[in-house]
Write a protein that binds this ligand. Structure first.
Ligand SMILES: [Zn+2]
Ligand SMILES: [Zn+2]
Length: 438
């Protein structure tokens, strides 16, 4: 036996040090299968040894407070792993068929763990026959079920053999889980550099359902044709399909992120939020006047995150976003302030004229839109129907892109868009037929 163990160690060392690149694909797959089977067999060997250690009360002799604590110290593993090994070792000891299957490498460690948990969930006063039957039934499924499916199968067996175990326990378990989930709730927005902010959080199922219900209708493909960043792999295609109202190239993750922002924008625009320190809640952006004029430098959000000059100019374009402008010629801004707000009768007239985002192919209604100044108010542009057009967030971004689409008011007083030359060399103006009255 001692010789065999020595040999085992040297074979294992050889396998661990082996180069993978000379292997053919077939040899590589064989390698994975064999090593895995060996791992599982060695796991069985370890469980047998652990059971023997426990049987001989070696942990107590070593003054350990429990077998799991001893195992943790001996192997430098976590207490959870130690407990799992002990539970597996005990079950193998009581079900010889299971022991044989694990020893032969037919049941892997994770599957075994699912079986141990399923058997552990059975009521303690269950007939031994029934318990063994449950164990061997689960065993027979290990050839085609993964650990998670086995766990579910175990639940079904439990409901079958102990139906009254049962509703009350299940209800209590659910309520405990709900309480824990609610207590663990949190949401953080942490800047991680390069203009990215990581959103992390936990919600309980009910709260998550509320958020999902709010963003779901906005997550549908095609609810906002995307404008790809210049140079991205799909840039050309995305712009082209964006205006056709065709395929939405955003990933599901991108659509959910957009939807969350859209919900927030809609709430800010609707004036439904409670006052924040006496002010109507709104997005505040701080920048110097030079940034707005010269398209250089940048600004900061009221949470202190830096934003580019292009973003500042877009955000400053509509009155719903309040630019706090420092330095330079601030009197001009103050004087011009009342002129640049697209509110009241002007906004109503604009809504009536455009009825929604004016970008070709976009179906966003007026309530979602910013009033875009065609000639920026910082460049002396006026705030009247000849110089403003409704644009949703996505398309507002697109027209503020220096290499992007140009917008102008056509001869009949409606906005029209000139595609960039890389999309249409002729740059034929296009319109959005979507909101037209018929
Ligand atoms: Zn704008
Ligand atoms: Zn749009």
């Amino acid at each position: 036996m001692q010789d065999a163990l020595r040999e085992l160690t040297s074979v294992a060392a050889e396998a661990a040090a082996a180069s993978m690149w000379p292997l053919s694909e077939e040899e590589l797959l064989t390698f994975i299968d064999r090593v895995h089977t060996a791992q599982q067999m060695l796991h069985a060997a370890m469980l047998h040894a652990v059971r023997e250690v426990e049987g001989r009360a070696i942990p107590a002799k070593h003054q350990a407070t429990s077998p799991q604590v001893w195992l943790r110290g001996r192997l430098r593993i976590g207490i959870g792993s130690a407990l799992r090994m002990l539970a597996q070792a005990r079950l193998l000891d009581t079900v010889p068929e299971l022991d044989a299957a694990v020893t032969a490498g037919r049941i892997n460690a994770e599957q075994l763990d699912s079986i141990v948990k399923a058997v552990g969930d059975l009521p303690s006063d269950l007939e031994p026959d029934v318990r063994n039957k449950a164990t061997t039934t689960l065993m027979s499924w290990t050839s085609h079920l993964d650990p998670i499916e086995l766990r579910k199968a175990g639940k079904r067996i439990q409901m079958h053999v102990a139906p009254d175990l049962d509703d009350a326990a299940e209800e209590e378990r659910l309520r405990r889980a709900e309480r824990a989930a609610y207590e663990q709730r949190f949401l953080t927005l942490s800047p991680i550099g390069d203009g990215r902010v990581r959103v992390r959080g936990i919600l309980d199922a009910r709260a998550a359902a509320t958020v999902t219900a709010a963003i779901d209708p906005l997550c549908r493909p095609g609810t906002a044709p995307p404008i790809a960043d210049r140079g991205g792999p799909n840039a050309e295609r995305a712009d082209a399909t964006g205006i056709d109202g065709g395929e939405d190239l955003r990933t599901p993750g991108q659509r959910r992120a957009d939807a969350l922002v859209d919900v927030s924008r809609l709430l800010l625009a609707g004036g439904l939020l409670p006052d924040n320190g006496g002010d109507r809640p709104q997005l505040v952006i701080t920048a110097s006047y030079d940034v707005l004029r010269q398209r250089l430098g940048g600004g900061t959000t009221d949470t202190g995150e830096p934003v580019s000059a292009a973003a500042v100019r877009q955000m400053a374009c509509d009155a719903r976003i309040l630019p706090l402008v420092f330095g330079g010629d601030s009197q001009i801004l103050d004087a011009g302030r009342s002129r640049r707000l697209v509110t009241g009768p002007l906004r109503r007239a604009l809504n009536a004229r455009d009825r929604g985002c004016t970008f070709p192919g976009c179906d966003r209604p007026a309530g979602w839109c910013d009033a875009h100044h065609i000639v920026p108010w910082t460049d002396g542009g006026t705030t009247d129907l000849t110089n403003v057009a409704l644009l949703c967030e996505h398309h507002h971004r697109a027209v503020h892109d220096v290499n992007g689409w140009q917008v102008r008011i056509g001869a009949d007083g409606h906005p029209e868009f000139m595609p960039p030359a890389w999309i249409d060399p002729e740059q034929v103006p296009r319109r959005n037929p979507y909101h037209r009255r018929t």
